[in-house]
Design a protein around this ligand. Sequence first.
Ligand code: ATP
Length: 372
Amino acid sequence: STTQDPTSAGRDLELRAVTKSYGAFTAVRSLDLVVPQGSFFALLGPSGCGKTTTLRMVAGLDTPTAGTISLGDREITYDKPYKRPVNTVFQNYALFPHLDISENVAFGLKRRGVKETKKAVAEMLALVELESQGSKKPYQLSGGQQQRVALARALINNPEVLLLDEPLGALDLKLRRGMQIELKRIQTEVGLTFVHVTHDQEEAMTMADTVAVMNAGVIEQMGAPSELYDNPATTFVANFLGQSNLLAGDILGPDGDVVKVSVQGTTVSIPIERCHSEGGKGWVGVRPEKVMIAEVGGEIDAPGNRFEGGVVTDVSFVGVSTQYLVRMPWGQELMVFEQNTGRRPILAVGTPVDLSWRPEYAFLLDASQDAK
Ligand code: ATP
């Protein structure tokens, strides 16, 4: 059956102060995280940040240098991989080429001595929508179908936690997007804990309930996708999850439930819950699609902080939106993404413009961090 053993309720995956060093090099540094049972968790970060190392320690393929890993109240830090209720799906599906699809899916059960596998295999093939493909060989399936077989082969073992290491990395973009929706559907249907490793921010945000952004062996921020996107705590997170304009500012101080910041002589307000800097200098961040653009003197729908004296230096039409670059009087180029509603013509290069954004859309970051 694809449903979970009820006795395993409340078995969160927990990493406490997990460190992995290779000689003098620390790949993962004192990692703390809790993945609630039944949630879809994504570890997101650039190549080399320690995602795979973290996953391998959860799978038991690597041993932490320090710290503990547990599932519910059972510590598994040093358990052998096959002793853990954990299965992994890798990018290279590693299907057995000489076995047909049904035999591939049945493999885990057969190895454990289960004689009657037919019903379970049929259930799994139905789950991944490959009912009619059971007697084919792996080479007769597409990349996306092979990936679904790999998923079925892992899920048939009824693990508590499924680890996915860049499972969609080998697929082309269109197939990836389709499989992201598929994976999410399957995760919801079986209700297992999924831990998904990826460097693709869109993939992490599309699928996961919670995203942990990793950089150089540490988690910089963890939260719901929209939370991370709208309220990034560091410049790394702000830049890794989409694009942002970062404007240098002098922090004037708190004022009720906002913090006032002076940016090029204009005072802007940032909601206190979006302030991640103590004082002194800071970066005022605003996403390009939150910036409103108007020809000089023109009306801006919801004027908040208004910056004048801009000039359009680049226009890219991308279908759903138009992306502008606007040079400001202080020399910085800001990005503005405007949805193409057809309500007014696209502005041309050279047009003098004003920019504005609602104060509640901006965030404030520590200026000791690089803007890029
Ligand atoms: P990618 O997306 O490229 O796989 P990643 O975030 O998964 O990157 P890891 O594979 O976890 O990164 O590697 C983290 C760091 O640890 C890298 O700098 C890597 O070179 C280093 N590393 C990994 N395994 C070893 C090892 N066995 N010996 C020495 N260094 C290692």
